[in-house]
Design a protein around this ligand. Structure first.
Ligand code: PTJ
Length: 233
């Protein structure tokens, strides 16, 4: 039991969520490592949502609202941390959630699907005959009606290869990544440099608001995030 007064209570609770995801058979053991890497970058952000993240959230909401076939991709870490918000987003956008794992596992796909359905998800897709060219690992398999057919793909906590491959397929990519230097962060059209736990509730609200589009430059957003981190070291 973590006391609320503990100065690192939020971070420790988040670790519990990831461990719970592992115990439920949704999150891969590698997900623990990925989470640790994220924590280190969050430390550099001061565990706060900065203006560059707000700007990216606004642009992401606008892009998602304007999409013809948006698809929300979920993996083991996102399922453990933000299933509820992914379901809210899917409902607002009338979009499917596609389970797409880096570390291949039919068992985990099934557990994530079961978890999402238990929380009220309506449309869940699994990889079928769809194919993402340009990559060799498990993530080349996708759903024909989902990612293969999408114009905008939301891929939080992603590995770089697939983001680059989706770019080559001329899809618009939105990601959440605490590491502004990662290949995913650099390849995406919109990168929300923030902890997914803080960013997703804000994104849900922005999508709900249906704001008007504004000018957006991802390179500038990433530069601002890196400058902030450097200033804190
Ligand atoms: O469930 P699977 O098999 O699909 O695997 C999922 C992971 C996340 C293990 C897999 O995609 C992976 O290995 O990802 P990477 O290459 O480690 O990239 C994950 C990125 O997410 C890293 O840049 C982390 O800094 C970042 N990250 C980790 N936790 C968070 C985060 N970004 C935002 N919020 C977080 N809580």
């Amino acid at each position: 039991m973590i006391p609320a007064s503990h100065p690192r209570a939020f971070s420790l609770h988040t670790r519990d969520q990831i461990v719970e995801g592992l115990k439920k058979g949704m999150t891969s053991i590698h997900g623990l490592i990925a989470h640790g890497r994220g924590e280190a970058f969050d430390y550099l952000l001061g565990e706060k949502t900065h203006p560059f993240a707000w700007e990216a959230i606004h642009a992401a909401a606008t892009m998602l609202n304007a999409a013809q076939h948006p698809v929300l991709s979920i993996n083991g870490n996102v399922a453990a941390l933000c299933s509820k918000e992914m379901i809210q987003l899917a409902a607002l956008l009338d979009a499917p959630i596609e389970i797409n794992l880096f570390h291949a596992s039919k068992k985990r796909e099934k557990m994530i699907a079961r978890h999402l359905l238990s929380l009220g998800a309506k449309k869940i897709l699994l990889p079928d005959r769809g194919m993402i060219p340009f990559i060799d690992h498990n993530r080349k398999y996708c759903n024909q009606d989902g990612i293969e057919n999408a114009d905008v793909v939301f891929v939080p906590l992603e590995d770089g290869d697939r983001c680059q491959a989706l770019q080559k397929m001329r899809k618009k990519i939105i990601t959440v990544d605490l590491n502004p230097l990662s290949r995913t962060a650099q390849a995406a059209h919109i990168t929300i440099v923030d902890n997914i736990l803080r960013a997703l509730p804000l994104l849900v609200e922005e999508v709900r608001r249906k704001n008007t589009p504004t000018q957006y430059n991802n390179k500038k957003i990433l530069k601002n995030a890196i400058t902030l981190m450097r200033s804190r070291v």
